[in-house]
Design a protein around this ligand. Structure first.
Ligand code: SF4
Length: 317
């Protein structure tokens, strides 16, 4: 696991690399979506990260076999939504139960799945249907999952506010104090990721190196390996609330950040016949990560749940 590099200018995140059977590695790079510079590209940051000598030496001589991307709901304690609705419930990562400093969420996903299943079982036995599983919400409130997230609740906001180095030290002290039963009397606030982007004129341009085709790659050839499919007749799942905002607001103010934050090259600013900028959505490239819904500074993109099973589909997992 790595933290920080190559991210700069207050952006946070880190990488992971796991060895698998048959000489394979699974690796990824997480860029927190609270970054401020609209010129940043999470995809390109990962390409740079792979060029670090310690990562590069593992990948050299290998072959890229798969690609995917997704947003991790890591807001934790302060961001847990209402967990149930008529006929359904949010469990595991869909409700944001990942424990960020432990880089782990499987245990909380399993536990919340079990709690929701118990509440659903009770409802079925009582011949209830399409009502709310309030018992699941109560079980979460009294569970170790909530307590575990409460203990680490200030980690993300501390790193966001004080930066990687100081923020990590403050988070560590906070967590040790909580483990020693010294309760911290404060809960730091989180800010919506879309609200963090600065105007492009106040930010440095970021020049990313060209892919070498060996360790680093371009987005479109990566998307090809994601095994993502869209039925031709499925409803459009990337919708703009106001079609004029990308060109009239996001392009002049934020230099069109969707062209960089999307890890699949779905959004492009091209020229129309009159040479004016035009916003183009290549929806067929989408790998369903949901970043656009979260990071669009105008909150103008409505990501509608696409048909299930469309991918990415990772082999050998
Ligand atoms: S269009 Fe949105 S959901 Fe699809 S890959 Fe791009 S950022 Fe992710």
């Amino acid at each position: 696991h790595t933290q920080g590099w190559p991210l700069s200018e207050g952006a946070n995140g880190g990488g992971f690399l796991y060895h698998q059977a048959d000489n394979q590695v699974a690796l990824g790079f997480v860029t927190w979506l609270n970054y401020e510079n609209p010129n940043l590209s999470p995809f390109e940051e990962m390409q740079r990260w792979k060029q670090h000598p310690e990562i590069r030496k593992i990948l050299e001589g290998g072959k890229r076999v798969s690609y995917g991307a997704r947003a991790i709901n890591d807001g934790g304690f302060q961001a847990v939504p209402k967990l149930y609705f008529p006929g359904g419930a949010l469990i595991g990562c869909s409700a944001g139960f990942v424990n960020v400093p432990r880089i782990k969420g499987t245990h909380t996903a399993m536990k919340t799945g079990m709690m929701a299943a118990e509440a659903a079982y009770e409802a079925i036995v009582a011949e209830r249907e399409s009502d709310e599983l309030t018992a699941y919400g109560t079980a979460y409130e009294n569970s170790w999952v909530r307590e575990e997230l409460r203990v680490v609740r200030n980690v993300l906001p501390a790193v966001e506010k004080y930066g990687d180095f100081l923020g990590t030290i403050i988070s560590g002290i906070n967590m040790w104090a909580e483990h020693l039963k010294i309760k911290m009397p404060f809960t730091m606030k989180l800010h919506p990721d879309w609200s963090r982007l600065k105007r492009a004129e106040h930010c440095h341009p970021i020049v990313y190196p060209k892919p070498d085709g060996v360790i680093s790659f371009d987005r479109l050839s990566s998307v090809f390996l994601s095994n993502t499919n869209h039925e031709e007749d499925q409803p459009v799942h990337l919708q703009l609330k106001d079609p004029s905002i990308p060109v009239d607001v996001n392009l002049p103010v934020f230099a069109g950040p969707s062209a960089r934050y999307c890890p699949a090259g779905v959004y492009e600013f091209v020229e129309d016949e009159a040479g004016k900028p035009k916003f183009q959505i290549n929806a067929q490239n989408c790998v369903h990560c949901k970043t656009c819904d979260i990071k669009d500074p105008s909150q103008n993109i409505n990501w509608v749940v696409p048909e299930g099973g469309g991918g990415p589909n990772y082999p050998n997992m």
